[in-house]
Design a binder for this molecule. Structure first.
Ligand SMILES: [Zn+2]
Length: 199
């Protein structure tokens, strides 16, 4: 149906999240019409981002530097930590412009079904950060789902001996990712946070 190079491009595009066969075909045909310079810029941006973006050595948020701009920002409150699943959540919360503390990215949820245990997540580094005693509050901003609850309670029970642990309000839809909540809902969820109850 397609000439080989075009088929390859469509195949690669189709691997991207949210891109089905029709979208892949539309994107591929669109790209073929663009000037060479634009295509080179796109290819270069892809490679550069992949090669240069790693993670912050403190909070594990995406960063091109060893320490991310949020951790390095001395105007932010160093005594409040917001724990999230991944960098998309950091970006979503930053967009609300309400939160002025620091973050800790776990890198996923505890999910025995998928073979993901606490050791595969950045939980040890979180406990190290909090056990130092300088953190006055840890806000668990993990959206509610079965795995979300497991992770929230597990992390909360590890941190409770060292600091006040709160969780954001459930204004956000069950099982929904933080990034899909609008900014006002997210800001309200953060504002309405309450102490974590450990059974
Ligand atoms: Zn950081």
């Amino acid at each position: 149906m397609y000439t080989r190079p075009l088929a390859n491009l469509i195949e690669q595009l189709q691997r991207l999240p949210g891109i089905g066969p029709k979208s892949a075909q539309r994107l591929a045909l669109h790209l073929l019409k663009r000037p060479d310079t634009e295509i080179s810029a796109l290819a270069e941006a892809l490679l550069n981002a992949k090669q240069q973006v790693g993670q912050c050595s403190i909070c594990h948020h995406l960063s091109a530097e060893p320490v991310c701009t949020i951790c390095a920002d001395t105007r932010r409150d160093p005594h409040t930590l917001c724990v999230v699943i991944d960098s998309r959540d950091v970006i979503a919360l930053e967009k609300t412009r309400e939160y002025r503390g620091k973050y800790h990215v776990l890198g996923g949820l505890i999910s025995p079904m998928d073979g993901i245990g606490p050791d595969q997540l950045f939980i040890q580094s979180l406990v190290r950060r909090v056990s130092g005693g300088a953190i006055a509050e840890v806000i668990l901003a993990i959206s509610p789902s079965v795995e979300g609850e497991t992770t929230t309670l597990y992390v909360g029970s590890l941190l409770a001996p060292f600091t006040k642990v709160t969780r954001i309000a459930f204004g956000i839809p069950m099982g929904g990712d933080l990034e899909y909540a609008d900014e006002i809902t997210l800001a309200k969820a953060m504002e309405g946070r309450r102490p974590l109850e450990l059974g």
